[in-house]
Design a binder for this molecule. Structure first.
Ligand SMILES: Cc1cc2nc3c(=O)[nH]c(=O)nc-3n(C[C@H](O)[C@H](O)[C@H](O)COP(=O)(O)O)c2cc1C
Length: 308
């Protein structure tokens, strides 16, 4: 058996496979069928300070090789999360990453403070990339100074590792990785969903109540792999890569492109019991190639003889 452990800032993960935010609830909902302690980590649904209802339905549409969502960051808010969900996640042995949101920098900082004071949070993933609400952080994630400002402000209020989650809806994602690194981030997550839309031609209406939503699933995987590869060249920070991962081979593609860990989102709606297979598949690959540790595979893309 190979060494699957990886490090993101001060957090050591047992393996590099995490559940992505918004596709795994608050984790506890899956505890009857999945041993949460066996996952590298659980990234919970995005949290503001207060509760939010999100957008009205329809909020999800299937598309070729993927789906659109415009949930609108529905959530129970950070105080209820700390009181009602976190103790159970902690008891179950989950490595908990909390995806945090804010309408203002002050709100992000307050959410970060509340979680820093709570027991059982391993890291904060900063959602500055939700494409389907205007005031949910995307205003920071689409601007280099906005990214720098929000990350450096949160850096000042927490000792927890902070991991900005980058949007792919920009021209040069690597410059956002650099801004995150300069502001003191411990890692970066990418990608969030791609802004997209679908139309019902019979009624000539948008299929989502919000008109536009975020595209996820296998359809986005090659673009996400390219973005991880570009960010790997730009920064030294560990990268949590995601976008359309459905199995171990897909996960390995991200790791070879430069991701230290991967997250799986949409595939969980199709194959919720895939986790052991993905982890075992990475382990089997390492054994087959006689690679003792997954760390040796991170960014191991062979490019000699290819154009740079
Ligand atoms: C229904 C749904 C809800 C999501 N909610 C969040 C969220 O709350 N915060 C966040 O940062 N990303 C959220 N995402 C984005 C995913 O975490 C992930 O970045 C994206 O879907 C790409 O990965 P995938 O193709 O494996 O799903 C959501 C995605 C989906 C499909």
């Amino acid at each position: 058996m190979a060494d699957l452990s990886v490090r993101i800032g001060s957090v050591e993960l047992a393996n590099p496979v995490l559940a992505a935010s918004g596709c795994f609830g608050y984790g506890v909902e899956y505890a009857d069928s999945i041993d949460l302690a066996r996952l590298g980590g659980v990234v919970v649904k995005g949290l503001f300070l207060g509760e939010r209802e999100g957008h009205r339905p329809p909020r999800i549409v299937e598309t070729p090789g993927g789906m659109l969502n415009a949930i609108g960051l529905q959530g129970i808010g950070v105080y209820r999360f700390v009181a009602e969900k976190l103790p159970e996640l902690h008891r179950l042995g989950a490595t908990v990453f909390v995806n945090i949101c804010g309408s203002t920098i002050d709100e992000y900082c307050e959410v970060a403070r509340v979680l820093s004071d709570a027991e059982g949070v391993a890291a904060l993933e900063l959602n500055i990339s939700c494409p389907n609400i205007k005031e949910g952080g995307i205003q920071f994630g689409c601007s280099l100074t906005g990214t720098y400002d929000v990350v450096s402000a949160i850096r000042k209020v927490t000792a927890l590792p902070i991991i900005p989650k980058l949007t792919p809806n920009v021209t040069d994602v690597a410059s956002f990785a650099r801004a995150s690194e300069e502001a003191g981030a411990d890692g970066i997550s990418l990608v969030n969903t791609f802004l997209a839309m679908a139309i019902d031609v019979e009624t000539r209406t948008p299929k989502l109540s919000n008109v536009m939503g975020g595209l996820s699933g296998p359809a986005i995987r090659p673009i996400a792999v390219r973005m991880v590869y570009e960010c790997r060249q730009a920064v030294k920070l560990p990268i949590l890569g995601m976008g359309g991962i459905t199995n171990a081979t897909d996960a390995l593609e991200f790791i070879i492109a430069g991701a230290t860990a991967v997250q799986i989102g949409t595939a969980n709606f199709v194959t919720p019991l895939m986790w052991d297979d993905v982890i075992a598949g990475i382990d089997g690959y390492l054994d087959r190639h006689r690679i003792p540790s997954v760390n040796a595979l991170i960014g191991a893309l062979e490019t000699s003889g290819y154009p740079s």
